[in-house]
Design a protein around this ligand. Sequence first.
Ligand code: ADP
Ligand code: GLC
Length: 486
Amino acid sequence: MSNILFVTSEVFPLIKTGGLADVAASLPRALMKLKHNVRILLPGYASVMKAAAGDVKKVAVLDVDGESVTLWRTFLPGTRVLVWLVDAPGFSEREGNPYCGPDGFDWPDNAQRFLLFAKVARLVALNQAGLDWPVDVVHCNDWQTGMVPALLAQDSVRPATVFTIHNLAYRGLFSWDTFASLGLPHDLWHMERLEFYGQFSFMKGGLVYADRITTVSPSYAQEIQTPEAGNGLDGLLRYRQSALSGILNGIDADEWNPGTDKHIAQMYTRRTLNHKLKNKMALQERNGLAVSEQPLLGFIGRLVDQKGIDLILDNLSQLLTEGCQCIILGSGMKDYEQQLLQLAQQYPQQLSVTIGYNESLAHQIEAGADIFLMPSAYEPCGLNQLYSLRYGTLPVVHAVGGLRDSVIDFAEPSQTDATGFMFYQYTAHGLYTAIQRALTVFQDKKIWRMLQNNGMGKDLSWHQSARKYEQLYSELLITSSPHPSS
Ligand code: ADP
Ligand code: GLC
């Protein structure tokens, strides 16, 4: 039984921009079921402070290099998971997205904000924040927390550190001027430390200094060691190969369960799969699509290059003319948003596009669509294809990263274990042929049902993956010194 400090820049339902928030909410709970003590450290953004308002308690006031920081204790809504909120002006005095302003550009003081967060994480990790909680393992996530292992590496007695890469494309890069203004030790500006081609990278703090590095699927762990997917960090990752492993994400099987889902028109299970049709009809009706038996394709996600929107756009008109319907929910690059909205005007009965973030609609699409599109150019893990498997909505995916590790392609008619459709060439044609294969099988209700059953029968919960993290922590604890006491 270990004390694990889980450091993250987002956690569902308090604040979410992507899959990291889902992982940060469900992995700690899975570890707690395995009898570990897990506590989450999260920035106290304005919206989070508001959301938690009814249930916060001030637990410490710290002076961090002259800046006053208040730590508040709250719990993840509806759970026993304790969250410490780091309340400092850089977080709590502005509304909106945690990383960028309303113009879509990064907040200009991100380096200062997340360095301050890392400094607080270090104090909590060393049990020097007045919280009286000795830490065995600090588990950090993505570039926003990369400075935590880098700072802790300067301490001779410290807890073990794990750094999880959720997306290597976001490296937390800043200029020399910013580095110089942060007052960090000058020797960190070195290519074997934080310097990165004339800039410096928070992500490198995690990759260079953490005791172990994980990423969110075994395939992505391999891919990021190649120049194609390494984002300039593949050399470092190859160097740290023996410390690097891939552990596939699980899902929150309570939150994403068609049998109990309160967001959807009609709950269903494997045994009552016929009820899925009611969700399709409700989805069509509520979103202005013709209520019909045409195959309905769904997409949910950030509208950015990673997600393969270009491939979807290249195929969309043709698919709609050939008799498919499509429902898209997402936000991101304005250009993609506009192209999608324009097409939706052209095909009002066939295509529904919702720009924005909508948790309920996301559940309704998972329940109501027949096919889920996830043609990502790269995908560290991906959660929506996992939700789709659980909801009997067959995924069409590009064979990369976590998509490759979680979907079994229906490659030949005799295959009985398939759960979806995969394409290997990242081209519009590659996606088109995979969708055509799916549409052909869609006509054969018996085989379709078999694939749905296969997906719905998978154990996608966190249990197995949490055990792998547990194993990793215990290996670290055997080799490291005992945790510091206050
Ligand atoms: P990523 O973290 O790269 O964005 P994931 O598939 O891991 O991709 O996770 C995305 C998560 O965010 C899923 O839970 C998905 O349902 C959710 N999501 C993304 N965009 C939206 C949106 N516009 N509305 C509601 N949920 C969304
Ligand atoms: C990232 C990745 C996504 C992954 C998620 C949670 O945002 O893009 O593939 O599922 O993190 O680990």
